[in-house]
Design a protein around this ligand. Structure first.
Ligand code: ZN
Length: 314
């Protein structure tokens, strides 16, 4: 079965051994089968992946999470820059992230979890933050430590990695939380590492977006099996409130979200094609659709990604 046979997968697998019910990994209540999909973005295997939606909290979760999840992150997952000046140039693309944070805090100790090769970490350091990062990719870690000059801990378990570190004034997770099988535990530990008055920034795909409603299991931001959870932003707000945090900013229309809107249309469509020519045509169509959908995706809560900023008040 090819990577583009996901139309067939659902029909075949729903009758064959995939449970229609599961337990929500967050609130433990019932979750029902939402869809079955494949690794449409990278085609690393043809395995089916089942996603469930919790009837109580709305969390969408991949179950079971493959035991070989690491093998779905190939060695060339990141295009690591060749030099510090290349990093400085590419980092400018992520200056908008700093611009989202600086209205609330302008200096202090900042931890980024999952920085890849360090675009945001570099910009934050240049702006005067004292930056540390936790990253799992060894090539990125080598670059971050030796070329970018950023204090780097190599780990795929941020909660464990920060055990003897901190406290921090800012912790940032840019499109990382959806990759964490135990996001609740990681958030709880990270929240405890933030000083009172400090901030946590969480950006992630928005399961309440227009794109997800239209594209469902074909949505590029499902990114099976690397995205193990799709978290409604209200769930994150409620969880952070329990930890003593106040929501100070919610955006789904910032430059990052708009970029993810375009990515979503372009890749979701081009994933349907096998030939390079058709892929390119669909990619172009995705850019056109991005423009057509912009007024809708620019509405509150409709964009394909959200950025939430929470302040620790107690
Ligand atoms: Zn739940």
């Amino acid at each position: 079965m090819g990577c583009n046979d996901i139309f067939k997968v659902h029909l075949v697998m729903t009758g064959n051994g995939i449970d229609r019910q599961a337990a929500c990994p967050y609130c433990k209540k019932d979750a029902t089968l939402l869809f079955i999909t494949q690794d449409c973005n990278r085609c690393i295997s043809n395995d089916p992946f089942a996603y469930y939606r919790c009837i109580s909290c709305g969390l969408i979760s991949l179950q079971p999470v493959p035991s070989d999840l690491g093998s779905y992150y190939p060695k060339d997952y990141y295009l690591v820059p060749g030099s510090r000046s290349e990093l400085a140039a590419s980092a400018e693309n992520e200056r908008f992230k700093l611009d989202l944070i600086t209205p609330f805090i302008q200096k202090g100790k900042l931890l980024e979890v999952g920085p890849a090769f360090g675009n945001f970490a570099y910009i934050a350091k240049q702006a005067g933050f004292d930056v540390e990062v936790v990253e799992m990719d060894s090539r990125c870690c080598e670059f971050l430590q030796n070329i970018a000059g950023i204090t780097t801990v190599q780990s795929s378990d941020a909660a464990q990695a920060v055990q003897d570190r901190g406290p921090y004034d800012v912790i940032a997770l840019w499109h990382v939380i959806e990759h964490l099988p135990d996001f609740q535990h990681t958030l709880d530990i990270l929240a405890g590492k933030i000083r009172k008055g400090g901030f946590i920034v969480i950006a992630a795909p928005n399961p309440e977006s227009w794109q997800f409603r239209i594209l469902g299991r074909y949505w590029a931001h499902v990114d099976a099996p690397r995205h193990v959870v799709l978290i409604p932003f209200g769930l994150l707000e409620a969880h952070m409130a329990k930890l003593g945090f106040t929501t100070v900013s919610v955006t789904m229309t910032d430059p990052g979200a708009r970029g993810w809107n375009m990515f979503g249309w372009q890749y979701s469509l081009s994933n349907f094609a096998e030939s390079r020519f058709i892929k390119n045509m669909l990619f172009f169509l995705g850019a056109v659709l991005t423009r057509i959908m912009a007024p809708f995706e620019g509405n509150d809560q409709a964009g394909s990604a959200y950025t939430l900023i929470f302040r620790k008040d107690r």
